[in-house]
Ligand binder design. Structure first.
Ligand code: ZN
Length: 335
């Protein structure tokens, strides 16, 4: 296999490859751009004109997405997977991947869209670099741009495969892209209604890409579980890369849409979340339930019908989000 096909090995060892560009036996061009970043240009591009960015390891302990990208790249480098779209493979936080931790100093997925400028340390520097790499990749005019930032959940989830769809004022969420995710077996999508500092929000808001944070499934259960998750997504992404995805209609069957009713903010060290620490994502909450408390009598009581809890994080930094209360969305504003 070509040396550049071993991007993960290069990234883990912190080595720059001697040769920055290599061409596979199938005429596919691989170009190393920076640590953990490899651009793949097809020999025979498909008519769809798609530029696809796949990122993994923004949280360094989430190994399934990293393994998934590595497998796809090995396929391309060894000539068994023939790409017909332009792809950027990106390992988000190499230092954290090497350490096997979510992050070294700060959660990188809260530092995008310029937030890194108010921070310092490993993640702030890397996020600035990732923004630059993404900007370069998505700079060709007249192309369609798609970004999947791949994650896995540690806790369980009522909907095992789910996605978060960023927000930009005046721009409708695409029914077509949601239908594409439905074809991947995604069961729930949170439609954001305000800007955020995640990687997918950056490419969506600032680079005009369709972009999603994609939760591939729950891992850390067993090695077999991880393999099953990676196998399933590998097959689906391989079709996207080869431009052989069967045409999908705009049906959202099987996908439930949600929007944010309220953000639960942790103001102080007195913050208490009154649900089990390992509560599954999208657990339904009954109206009247006291969900959380903080100092000065701040209380979050569930009022909404059909409310569910997403991303509970009682260990969040003071002043940041410690969970989202989401409610069903009828999808009437899709474009
Ligand atoms: Zn993650």
């Amino acid at each position: 296999m070509l040396a550049l096909g071993k991007l993960l090995e290069l990234t883990l060892s912190g080595h720059e490859p001697a040769e920055k560009t290599q061409v596979t036996v199938k005429g596919v061009r691989l170009r190393w751009l920076a640590e953990g970043a490899l651009e793949v240009c097809p020999a025979e591009p498909a008519h769809c004109g798609l530029d696809l960015m796949l990122s993994a390891g923004i949280h360094g302990h989430e190994t399934a997405p990293v393994e998934l990208l590595e497998r796809l790249l090995h396929g391309i480098a060894s000539g068994t997977l023939i790409p017909r779209v332009r792809v950027l493979f990106l390992f988000g936080n190499p230092a954290a991947i090497r350490a096997g931790k979510p992050f070294i100093e700060r959660d990188a997925n809260r530092l995008f869209s310029g937030r890194h400028a108010q921070s310092s340390g490993v993640e702030a520097l890397r996020v600035a670099e990732l923004e630059q790499i993404a900007r370069g990749f998505f700079s060709l005019p007249g192309r369609s741009r798609l970004h999947y930032d791949l994650h896995t959940t540690v806790r369980g989830s009522v909907f095992e495969r789910f996605a978060v769809y960023p927000f930009q004022p005046g721009r409708a969420h695409s029914r077509r892209e949601l239908a594409r995710l439905a074809s991947a077996g995604v069961q729930a999508v949170l439609l954001q209604d305000k800007p955020s500092a995640t990687f997918s929000a950056f490419t969506y808001e600032q680079l005009g890409a369709e972009a999603f944070t994609l939760e591939l499934g729950q891992v850390h259960v067993s090695a077999q579980r991880q393999t099953a998750i990676v196998d399933a997504w590998q097959a689906w992404l391989a079709c996207l890369i080869e431009a052989t995805q069967p045409p999908h209609d705009d049906s959202l069957d099987g996908v439930q849409l949600f929007s944010v009713a309220r953000e639960i903010v942790k103001y102080s060290d007195n913050f208490r979340l009154h649900v089990p620490a390992d509560i599954a994502h999208f657990t339904e909450l009954s109206p009247g339930l006291l969900l959380a408390e903080d100092l000065a009598g701040t209380r979050w009581v569930v009022e909404e019908e059909g409310a569910r809890l997403l991303f509970p994080d009682p260990k969040a930094r003071n002043g940041s989000t410690a969970g989202l209360l989401v409610v069903p969305d009828a999808g009437q504003r899709l474009g």
